[in-house]
Design a protein. Structure first.
Ligand SMILES: Nc1ncnc2c1ncn2[C@@H]1O[C@H](COP(=O)(O)OP(=O)(O)OP(=O)(O)O)[C@@H](O)[C@H]1O
Ligand SMILES: [Mg+2]
Lengths: 236, 424
């Protein structure tokens, strides 16, 4: 782990409770955790252990029931809608299991979208989009539609979309679940490169051994609690 | 950003073309139905005015009591004086005396024996005066099928179907047998100048039109007439104005205790027309209301399903950092766009069809064959200023509201929840 001055995510006794009829489900239970800049970290654990829930709270898509989460110095549980969308827009990239590209837009336009939200001028957008597409090796497919791409290519476009704005943090929920082994390694390598080159912090939620083999830190969740927190150091 | 959203709308047909088509169809039908029903009502009122009650009608008090039976023994006398005073007092209307009567039409053969015979219903109208409003009101010139309109005393027009039944042709002589005002029988010969068709089944079966003076003499009604009809010059019934006039006129004659004093009735107050008109108004209101509501529900639903279908896209946009408010506003703008285009197209198409039906009409003659309603067989739509908005506003508002309501779901749901719905 890094020194405390480079900590960019800090959670304190995080709890997330979902009502379930008369009872309730503790999706997260007493999760205290710090993540430093540049980590390549994975949340692992069985299905239902709270990986997605934790990722969503860090990404300010969801609020904790109690406890606190600070991301880049902002208290997630205190943010307004506006502030949290701004945080996501400027500092966090998302990668999903199902790619979630916007089907009516071209590869180029999908990657351009986050920059449009930031109001970046068009010439600068073009440079940034093309560079992001080159990182993921899809520059020549800029004008394709998502339907014309393979799963691996689609996920690489999604990666380009997540990193085009150079966010500090990328959150990836089961990014390889819909990909074959070759494609999984391929996109993991791309992300490792980006992690080294741009010092982007990557946080994965995954069961995939292939993903786990690239991590330099592995946090195992069980029933919403942190069970193990190990440095693996493979990627570096 | 606007260009980006615009591309989305244009490329995704389920966001542009389909909603627009649905709005267009709904609005078009509403516009047309409205114009058509309005046309039918207008025509019914017009026909009633032309052939029955006028816009206003002056009769004796006694005649008015049983006007439906056309009691000519209670007719107005001294028509000329009354007519000129009406023309002076209410110059905004065209006034004309008319006698309606029942009788028997007899077609003699060469030897004067009866060859054919039929009961007839007659209009005695002021036709020999070229300025008479009757030319327009009874639409005489356009209704002539064979022969010509009457041009001299002793001329008569008979319904074309009746002429066919009796085997009479223009130029032949017919005998009219009527009872006089005093109850005795009177026989008078006429020359058939032509045959007419009104396009109103109830009238085409057995109507004749004779000159007023001829019938006055045949019925011993010199200077008398059953009724004096008043018509607004634009041929449109102005209910309030008609009502004011009748109140004013009747107040002037109130003091007279005579049963033969004149009284003025309006189209609305005569022969049960008030109930009838109210009923029609209510029904047409309901029909149009149902249409507008049904259309609104369909459009609402289109708006709803449209936005539900897009939860996934919306979830991604929000995750990437678009504000919920911005997403919501962009959906509203989009629905205004599709709603506006669809409503505009629908109104244009609806108006075009309505215009066609206004010019050409739809023939419902088969339905009216045995009807006694004075209603034209050809129903024409009628476009009014209201036709322009009856479809447009609901079309636009329903689309907008449907989207607005469904979009509220975006706010109600936790963002993470939008996501789960998108992942499944
Ligand atoms: N919206 C919700 N309402 C109720 N319970 C929920 C909701 N979302 C998640 N849960 C519950 O919270 C717990 C943690 O869910 P979570 O999605 O974080 O698990 P996960 O570790 O991501 O599992 P998987 O590996 O299957 O994706 C589960 O028991 C789940 O049923
Ligand atoms: Mg999960």
């Amino acid at each position: 782990m890094e020194t405390s001055d480079s900590i960019i995510i800090q959670t304190e006794k995080l709890e997330k409770i979902y009502p379930l009829g008369p009872a309730e489900i503790k999706a997260l239970d007493n999760v205290t955790l710090s993540i430093a800049k540049g980590e390549f970290l994975g949340l692992v654990g069985p299905s239902g252990s709270g990986k997605t829930t934790l990722l969503n709270i860090i990404g300010s898509l969801d609020a904790p029931s109690s406890g606190s989460a600070a991301v880049l110095g902002r208290r997630i549980e205190l943010l307004t809608h506006k502030e949290s969308s701004r945080l996501r827009n400027e500092h966090i990239g998302f990668i999903f299991q199902t790619f979630n590209l916007l089907p009516v837009y071209t590869v180029y336009e999908n990657v351009e979208f986050p920059l449009l939200l930031q109001g970046i001028p068009s010439a600068q957008r073009r440079t940034m989009v093309m560079q992001a597409l080159e990182w993921v090796g899809l520059a020549e497919r800029a004008s394709s539609k998502p339907a014309q791409l393979s799963g691996g290519q689609s996920q690489r476009v999604a990666i380009a979309r997540a990193i085009v704005k150079r966010p500090e943090i990328v959150l990836a929920d089961e990014p390889t679940a819909n990909l074959d082994a070759a494609n999984s390694h391929n996109i993991m390598k791309t992300m490792v490169d980006l992690n080294k080159e741009l010092k982007t912090t990557f946080i994965f939620a995954t069961h995939d051994e292939k993903v786990i083999s690239y991590l330099n830190r592995k946090i195992t969740l069980f029933d919403g609690r942190i069970e193990k927190d190990e440095i693996t150091g493979t990627a570096r | 950003m606007i260009a980006f959203l615009w591309k989305g709308i244009m490329r995704d047909r389920s966001r542009s073309l389909f909603p627009i088509l649905i709005v267009t169809t709904g609005v078009m039908l509403t516009v047309f139905i409205h114009a058509y029903i309005h046309g039918a009502i207008t025509m019914l009122i017009q026909t009633t005015a032309h052939f029955n009650t006028g816009h206003v009608r002056v009769m004796t008090k006694a005649y008015a009591k049983e006007a439906d039976q056309i009691p000519n023994d209670l007719a107005l006398l001294g028509t000329d004086t009354l007519l000129s005073s009406l023309r002076k007092q209410f110059p905004e209307l065209a006034w004309t005396p008319r006698i309606r009567f029942g009788g028997l039409l007899d077609v003699p053969d060469d030897r004067g024996e009866t060859r054919a015979q039929s009961p007839v219903f007659g209009f005695a109208a002021d036709m020999l005066n070229g300025n008479s409003p009757e030319w327009n009101v009874l639409n005489i010139k356009n209704s002539v099928v064979r022969g010509a309109a009457p041009s001299k005393r002793g001329d008569i027009l008979i319904a074309d179907d009746l002429a066919a039944k009796l085997h009479v042709a223009p130029g032949e002589t017919v005998t009219l047998i009527v009872s006089t005002m005093n109850g005795s029988m009177s026989v008078k010969n006429f020359t058939v100048s032509g045959t007419v068709r009104f396009g109103i089944s109830a009238m085409d079966r057995g109507t004749i039109i004779a000159d007023l003076a001829d019938i006055q003499s045949a019925m011993d009604m010199e200077n008398g007439s059953g009724e004096i009809l008043g018509f607004f010059r634009d041929d449109v019934y102005h209910a309030e104005q008609a009502n004011d006039m009748s109140i004013m006129f009747n107040a002037q004659h109130e003091h007279s205790a005579s049963e033969f004093a004149p009284v003025m009735g309006t189209l609305r107050t005569q022969s049960g027309m008030a109930d009838y008109l109210d009923l029609i108004d209510a029904y047409s209101g309901i029909i149009i209301g149902i249409f507008v509501v049904a259309m609104s529900i369909v459009l609402w639903n289109t708006g709803l399903t449209g936005s539900l279908r897009r939860y996934g896209e919306i979830g991604v946009r929000i995750a990437i950092g678009e504000e919920k408010g911005h997403v919501y506003r962009s959906m509203l703008v989009e629905s205004v766009f599709t709603g506006f285009i669809g409503s505009a197209f629908g109104t244009l198409l609806g108006l075009a069809i309505a215009y066609y039906v206004q010019e050409h009409g739809i023939n419902i003659g088969d339905m009216m064959k045995n009807s006694s309603i004075l209603m034209s067989n050809v129903i024409r739509a009628r476009i009014t200023p209201f036709t322009f908005v009856i479809g447009f506003l609901p079309g636009l508002l329903a689309t907008l509201l449907g989207t607005a309501v469904s979009g509220i779901g975006i706010f109600k749901r936790e963002t993470a929840q939008l996501f789960k719905e998108l992942e499944t």
